[in-house]
Design a protein. Structure first.
Length: 258
């Protein structure tokens, strides 16, 4: 399918690995120029080089997107993007008793206030041009909270509420804002969570991964490639009637009629 977005420019945050990289690669395959962000300059350079080897047009910006300076650097590289993919690493797991105010402030800064700041920066230009796509990578925990991810539950739920209202205010100007909610995918984040759970239960990482896979109707973890393909469609010309939605990609793990 021709996504109809060749020649457009996309900012992909935290795109040097994992789900962000999957999104960047899928958009690049559709002919989109990628402004690729990541915190680790070495990892980012390696990813950018591998993408360029496939013919992709990539501008790399090594910066922490959760800081004001990092956002300024990314926006300087793409002041008028057509597409924004918001993404940032999730806060650490723990229990309700582990977190204090400062922990919540950090989580809100990274997973709620950062994407809001970027949306506010790019929305006026998108609205003026009459076209734009924003995809916020959040989490399945927006639909079904995960106990050990209380910081993430709170921050991402706040972002979801903001998007729900904002998306409907800008839709008439040709701008579509939606959220993409990953379940368990084979990424570094899954390794981190599996490692922590294995230590708590006394299982090996392999046993923990098998146990988690068994809870997913699809029987496996998702891949960055299929996640990226979904993101690319949500950024396409064909998604113009998709407004303020929360799209689950979790292998059927969330059990609900609606």
């Amino acid at each position: 399918m021709d996504l109809g977005i060749a020649g457009k420019t996309a900012i992909v945050c935290a795109g040097s690995r994992g789900l962000g990289r999957g999104c960047a690669e899928a958009l690049a395959a559709a002919g989109v120029k990628i402004v690729l962000n990541g915190r680790n300059a070495e990892t980012l350079a390696k990813t950018a080089a591998e993408m360029r080897a496939t013919g992709a047009e990539v501008v790399e910006v090594a910066a922490d997107i959760t800081t004001e300076e990092g956002r300024a650097a990314v926006l300087a590289a793409a002041p008028s993007p057509d597409i924004l993919v918001n993404n940032a690493g999730g806060p650490p797991p723990g229990m309700w008793s582990d977190w204090d105010r400062e922990d919540f402030i950090k989580a809100l800064d990274a997973n709620m206030l950062t994407p809001i700041s970027l949306m506010k920066a790019v929305l006026p230009g998108m609205m003026e041009r009459g076209w734009g796509r924003i995809v916020n990578i959040t989490s399945q925990s927006v639909k079904s909270p995960i106990g050990v991810l209380g910081l993430s539950n709170a921050a991402r739920a706040g972002l979801t509420g903001y998007v729900g209202g904002t998306a409907r205010q800008v839709a008439g100007k040709g701008v579509c804002i939606n959220n993409l909610l990953p379940g368990i995918h084979a990424t570094d984040r899954a390794i981190q969570l599996d490692t922590g759970a294995a230590k708590q239960t006394g299982k090996t990482i392999e046993e923990q991964r098998a146990a988690r896979s068994a809870t997913i109707p699809a029987g496996r973890y998702g891949t960055a490639e299929e996640f990226g393909a979904t993101c690319a469609f949500m950024c396409s010309q064909h998604a113009g009637f998709m407004i303020g939605q929360n799209i689950l990609l979790d292998g059927g793990a969330f059990n609900s009629t609606m």
